[in-house]
Write a new protein. Structure first.
Ligand code: PRP
Ligand code: URA
Length: 210
């Protein structure tokens, strides 16, 4: 469809997505499912990280291994729903830095409203991984990439649980170098900008504010 886009294709991802979509899934279960999918997305998005060789001594013999310089990664959750993805990402890369991008989507205009930004000052030579479960119109994603790009990272990737074709198109047209990782792509948006069939409001379901 689009060589910027990686869609996780795996029976277990399908299983988790189905549980996640179910309106009867509790916030507690929903958070656990988001965490699992975030780990899998992060695993996929970090495939090309550079490694340096390191020798260790096992109880049996010396072994040649590799290490990743985790400080070269910055996770950028978009508040508030992106926070739900952070634990899963940090489980995999615990020594990454974390910056916060505070924005919400105005319900009438569907455009993002910015209310908070706190990013590490030093991005030189580091990669930025933006976390947000939902890529709907793409407005929040484009603004987040714009903000991250202004700090001069070496590269930017966007990780989301669920995406709509409109959001993928908007983000990939605005930023052709930004790779997008998603667990599923749905059909369309409804008149209120919600992904259909979707999973509802991710932030509300993560934090139990439905
Ligand atoms: C949701 C979601 C994205 C945005 C996606 O956040 O987490 O940030 O909407 O929509 P878009 O692609 O059309 O911009 P929301 O505004 O509901 O804020 P919240 O995370 O604080 O609940
Ligand atoms: N934000 C959400 O949380 N859900 C959608 O379907 C669209 C935007």
């Amino acid at each position: 469809m689009n060589d910027q886009l990686t869609v996780l294709s795996h029976p277990l991802v399908g299983h988790i997505m189905t549980e996640l979509r179910d309106q009867n899934t509790s916030p507690h279960q929903f958070r656990a499912l988001v965490r699992k999918l975030s780990m899998l997305l992060c695993y996929e998005a970090t495939r090309d990280l550079p490694t340096v060789e390191k020798q260790v001594i096992t109880p049996v013999a010396p072994a040649q291994g590799v290490m990743v310089d985790q400080s070269k990664l910055v996770f950028l959750p978009i508040l508030r729903a992106g926070l739900g993805m952070l634990d899963g990402a940090l489980e995999l890369v615990p020594d990454a830095s974390v910056g916060h991008l505070g924005m919400y989507r105005d319900e009438e205009t569907l455009t993002p409203v910015h209310y908070y930004t706190k990013l590490p000052p030093q991005f030189e030579g580091r990669g930025a991984v933006i976390l947000d479960p939902m890529l709907a119109t793409g407005g929040s994603a484009v603004d987040a990439v714009e903000k991250a790009a202004s700090y001069g990272p070496a590269w930017i990737k966007f990780l989301c649980i669920l995406s709509a074709p409109q959001g993928i198109e908007k983000l990939s047209k605005a930023y052709p170098d930004v790779k997008i990782y998603t667990a599923a792509v749905d059909q369309c948006l409804n008149d209120h900008g919600y992904i259909v069939p979707g999973l509802g409001d991710a932030g509300d379901r993560i934090f139990g504010t439905v």
